[in-house]
Design a protein around this ligand. Structure first.
Ligand code: CDP
Length: 794
């Protein structure tokens, strides 16, 4: 494990365990003892169970739904259809992107797996059995499963429910400057272009989605235990959808077994279970099966991208032109900052300094489940990063420049920060050459290139792939980032008890990231209270301050900043209390972790615990008692973590199989709060990146059937397939973040897929191979080698 260098003013001794200490995760004590409290662990008195009938076909008109046999089954309490919901105005709901989505289908089904009816029964088994008894008469319609087809003028209209919608486009968005880009292309010595597809993928968290909705018939109070990455925002959406007073709604996200973006959207199951509980007057539990989760809940990626780089002969990039179309499925349902309809795709200019770019992005409706969740990435940065890194690598081959060298020639230099990108971002800080240099040193790049040459002479195919990525995380400043109008601030409420222990309540909500440990470390740093004396609480909307939730690596940049700021406010008050206790002037006091003392008299001091006690027992006249506060943090900018990855592969020319020989990952997320947790995040992300490059994708056949509804078809890597990772780090603090931290949760998934693909392409580059779409399956590699062979023979 590497160690983080913590700036001196931020360091605390191990017994306090502030920033930079690899504290073991507090939450793991309950997880590894099987004592977590996940959604399916929750059982309420008189609880009923709900199962959902889903469409077997991707596009069809519903002629009729006969629920009589299901209703008659013993133990069935109710069968709900779209028509029942329509009677209460609940057949459709708004999505987090401002679109509409059917809760239960009324007119048509628009993707395979769409919710058609629900059974509420005394046991989950009865509910599942009853689904078999529901008869639905469908008139099948032609499905559209490719977004490029969806954009064709003669494509069947999928969203004919939407007034004014005459085609399948769900957004059109442009960034950058067209004229300047066209001029740069006209002046270029060469243009390198690439058409590529980033395949559809599913986050597949270990725990599927679900809820227990409990509406009190007496008070009409609604408590919903829910697998939610954003409980506060979901509460507001519930209030709006159901027209319920918001103070009567309490959402509790218990322990969550992984989210990865999958638990951000509001799913129809949550709404139906809540409506059923309201109408029946008993708690209703709904837990998805694995296949339901895989075919019907938020997918990610599915981007068809065309990119072109205008270059000078010396490798200097002049401009980038991109057009892409994304497959959003039948409903545009994922959370989207409203001013960034294509997510943060516009960071496609990556780590490079060039003056002009023009990006045209289109989103399409198709007959597929809703897509586009921020699966371990911040709103499409993954696709963007993949495109630019594939383009730059190919530019190196076209110009005969080493792939590391071409990057070095084009990097934004450390002194250029804050850097204004051609698409309008202001990068806060970075040192890209340092990260790549370290990665090259770690892998022994020069020697490796020589070994590659020697291996080639023997007929062996070694490839070295590089990806130098820039992430944009920490959404975000209220001027630019909101979800359904809710600005993307976040919050922290901190209370120090009389005995000097503390409770920190947050607007974010972890799904396994270790917030109970790292956020306690931030407080430990600021107040000198040992991290183990600080309880971190998240996920209960009645007992935590409002926040926009955890996804897209926003917790540390936004919630972490709120925590540091509120702790500093408490320290200011603590100073006043200390001055009172020491009978000294405030300005004569000095602070060391956990203690104030009189300047020049180190022995004359009081601990933070003494001060906390005084806040309740012995405070100066006129001072408000207690030691607590709340802070809502509106970040001034995003943070921009970055890194450089190098992958070495060997390709078997006979079979097209490739194996990873080395994987070096140098990450920079500014100051690391808990280096061990950061490394865990990076390992997870690198594994997912490897999976995308190698095996993990979901396709649909031309009839719209989802191929990948189980883990036999949808391949998630295990420790067996996963390569060994060698990690390095550089530390470039964020200048505007109170503790200099940038988010890290998603970086490795964003950065690494291109490095793997680049490595396989690099192994074949001398054969003229330039493009291999993900996942890089052996038969594609084999075909590329054979095509190259055939080309050279003619
Ligand atoms: O929003 P999310 O928690 O998924 O992402 P994040 O803010 O990047 O944090 C992921 C985990 O890594 C959290 O436990 C963070 O506190 C921790 N982290 C850290 O220790 N130091 C950093 N500089 C960034 C994140």
């Amino acid at each position: 494990m590497t160690t983080t260098e913590v700036p001196k003013e931020l360091s605390t001794p191990p017994e306090i365990g502030g920033i930079g200490h690899s504290l073991k995760r507090k939450e793991d004590a309950r997880f590894i003892q099987g004592a977590g409290n996940y959604l399916d662990d929750i059982t309420l008195p008189h609880m009923l169970h709900m199962a959902i009938l889903r469409s077997p076909v991707p596009h069809a008109r519903i002629n009729s739904i006969d629920t009589s046999a299901a209703q008659a089954l013993a133990g069935v309490v109710a069968v709900v259809t779209g028509a029942d919901l329509a009677a209460h105005g609940l057949a459709w709901m708004p999505t987090l992107s401002g679109d509409t989505q059917a809760v239960l289908a009324t007119d048509k089904v628009r993707f395979q797996g769409q919710e058609v009816a629900a059974v509420i029964a005394e046991s989950p088994y009865i509910a599942w059995d009853a689904l078999e008894l529901i008869e639905v008469d469908y008139d099948q319609l032609p499905p559209v499963v490719d977004p490029r087809q969806a954009m064709a003028p003669d494509a069947p209209l999928i969203r004919d429910d939407k007034e004014g919608q005459s085609d399948n486009r769900c957004y059109h968005w442009e960034a950058g400057e067209k004229e300047a880009t066209d001029r740069a292309f006209a002046e270029a010595d060469t243009v390198v272009a690439l058409d590529t597809h980033y395949p559809r993928s599913h986050p597949a968290p270990l725990e599927t989605c679900g809820c227990v909705a409990d509406v009190s018939p007496a008070t009409k109070h609604v408590t919903i235990y829910m697998t939610s990455q954003a409980p506060h925002a979901h509460r507001t959406v519930f209030a709006l959808v159901a027209g319920l007073p918001e103070e009567n709604i309490r959402i509790i996200s218990p322990d969550i077994g992984g989210g990865f973006g999958n638990k951000v959207p509001v799913y129809p199951g949550y709404v139906v279970a809540t409506a059923a509980s309201l109408l029946i007057g008993r708690p209703v539990k709904w837990v998805e099966s694995r296949s339901e989760n895989l075919i019907s809940t938020g997918f990610a990626r599915d981007y068809y991208m065309h990119g072109a780089l205008a270059l000078k002969r010396d490798g200097k990039i002049l401009a980038l032109r991109v057009s892409m179309v994304s497959d959003n499925g039948a409903f545009y349902a994922d959370a989207q900052p409203t001013k960034f309809k294509a997510g943060l795709f516009h960071i496609v200019t990556g780590s490079y300094d060039f003056p002009a770019a023009h990006i045209v992005t289109d989103g399409a409706y198709t007959n597929k489940a809703p897509g586009g969740v921020a699966y371990r990435c911040s709103f499409r940065v993954t696709e963007a990063s993949y495109l630019i890194e594939r383009l730059v690598q190919n530019a190196a081959y076209e110009l005969g420049i080493d792939p590391a060298e071409i990057r070095m020639r084009n990097f934004i230099q450390p002194e250029q920060f804050p850097y204004h990108s051609p698409t309008g971002f202001v990068y806060d800080s970075g040192n890209y050459p340092a990260a790549l240099k370290l990665a090259l040193e770690m892998v022994g790049y020069d020697d490796l290139r020589r070994e590659q040459e020697a291996a080639r002479a023997e007929g062996r195919l070694i490839g070295i792939g590089i990806a130098s990525f820039t992430e944009v995380v920490g959404a975000g400043h209220s001027t630019d980032y909101d979800i359904l109008g809710l600005k993307m601030f976040d919050s922290a409420e901190l209370r120090v008890h009389p005995t000097g222990k503390a409770i920190l309540k947050l607007g974010v909500k972890a799904q396994g990231q270790g917030h109970e440990t790292t956020f306690a470390q931030i407080v430990a740093n600021e107040l000198g209270i040992p991290a183990n004396d600080i309880l971190v609480m998240e996920g209960d909307t009645d007992n935590t301050p409002y926040g926009l939730g955890t996804y897209a690596s926003r917790s540390t940049p936004v919630g972490g900043a709120a925590t540091a700021v509120v702790a500093r406010q408490l320290r200011d008050k603590a100073r006043k209390l200390a001055a009172h206790l020491l009978e000294a002037a405030e300005e004569d006091l000095e602070w060391e972790p956990g203690r104030f003392f009189v300047k020049g008299a180190h022995d004359r001091g009081v601990t933070i615990q003494d001060v906390a006690f005084a806040a309740y027992t012995n405070f100066p006249e006129g001072m408000e008692p207690g030691l607590e506060g709340v802070h809502y943090y509106d970040p001034p900018n995003m943070t921009y973590p970055f890194g450089s990855y190098v992958v070495v592969v060997e390709v078997d020319a006979g079979t097209g199989q490739w194996k990873v020989l080395r994987m070096i990952a140098v990450d920079d997320c500014g100051v690391r709060i808990n280096p061990m947790i950061v490394e865990g995040q990076i390992h997870g992300g690198l594994t997912e990146g490897f999976a995308m490059a190698n095996m993990q994708f979901i396709t649909f056949d031309e009839d719209g059937n989802c191929i990948g509804s189980n883990f036999m078809d949808y391949l998630i890597p295990t420790a067996w397939e996963t390569p060994r990772f060698e990690l390095g780090e550089t530390v470039t603090p964020s200048p505007h973040h109170p503790i200099g931290a940038k988010g890290v949760g998603e970086s490795a998934t964003v950065g690494s897929p291109a490095a793997y693909v680049n490595a396989v392409v690099d192994a074949l580059a001398h054969l003229g191979v330039r493009n291999l779409d993900m996942p890089v399956l052996p038969h594609k590699v084999w075909a590329a080698i054979n095509e190259a062979g055939a080309r050279s023979a003619t």
